[in-house]
Design a protein around this ligand. Structure first.
Ligand SMILES: Nc1nc2c(c(=O)[nH]1)N[C@H]1C(S)=C(S)[C@@H](COP(=O)(O)O)O[C@H]1N2
Ligand SMILES: [Mo]
Length: 178
């Protein structure tokens, strides 16, 4: 029979391997359970929906060109942000929304806690003359880790403050009476 000290010694000997194994399984677990895709919630959605990368990949692909922070031109591709909202189940047709949706806005939230908003009318094909993109590629390549997997790309806007990198969630909100 093993003495208690011998058993403790064996355990101690294998401790580094045990810790290593635990770390490995924790990383594997983090990779499989980390939320991917984009979460959509808020007004006009019966319940929050998570669009998976596969869901997003099925949406019509569009291209938008704009310069980066250093003025260098790039071509981004992805889905129209409006199409992402409707694919999540939001019914956004102006006729169906209170006040024609003129007081609705979309809050974009990123992995680092950064937020930006767009009025719904800026995104709606009934009103907007430009396409705001939820991009997943730049110049044909997947976005780099610090920007992707999804980044908002706004064409023709002088500053890049609303080109939110690492988008995690979208929330549709109706502005309230003050
Ligand atoms: N998630 C996230 N996105 C962000 C920001 C940020 O701080 N966090 N900064 C914005 C601002 S102010 C600018 S100018 C651009 C800068 O993008 P770049 O660092 O890729 O040039 O990202 C925009 N998107
Ligand atoms: Mo900026």
């Amino acid at each position: 029979m093993l003495s208690v000290t011998a058993a403790a010694f064996r355990l101690f000997r294998f401790f580094p391997a045990l810790v290593g194994l635990l770390c490995l399984s924790a990383t594997a677990n983090a990779q499989t359970t980390a939320p991917t895709g984009v979460q959509v919630s808020g007004a006009n959605l019966a319940r929050p929906a998570r669009l998976s990368p596969a869901d997003l990949a099925r949406l019509p692909r569009l291209e938008v060109s704009r310069p980066d922070h250093d003025g260098k031109p790039h071509t981004y591709s992805g889905a129209a942000l409006y199409a992402v909202l409707t694919a999540a189940g939001a019914d956004l047709s102006p006729a169906k929304l209170p006040g024609k949706g003129m007081a609705h806005y979309v809050q974009i939230s990123a992995a680092d806690g950064y937020h930006a908003v767009f009025a719904l009318a800026e995104l709606s094909p009934d009103f907007a003359t430009r396409t705001v993109l939820l991009a997943d590629r730049c110049d044909g390549q997947p976005l780099p880790a610090q920007a992707g997997p999804y980044q908002i790309i706004v064409p023709d806007e002088k500053k890049m403050g609303r080109c939110v990198r690492q988008v995690q969630s979208l929330r549709i909100v109706q502005a309230k009476k003050m």
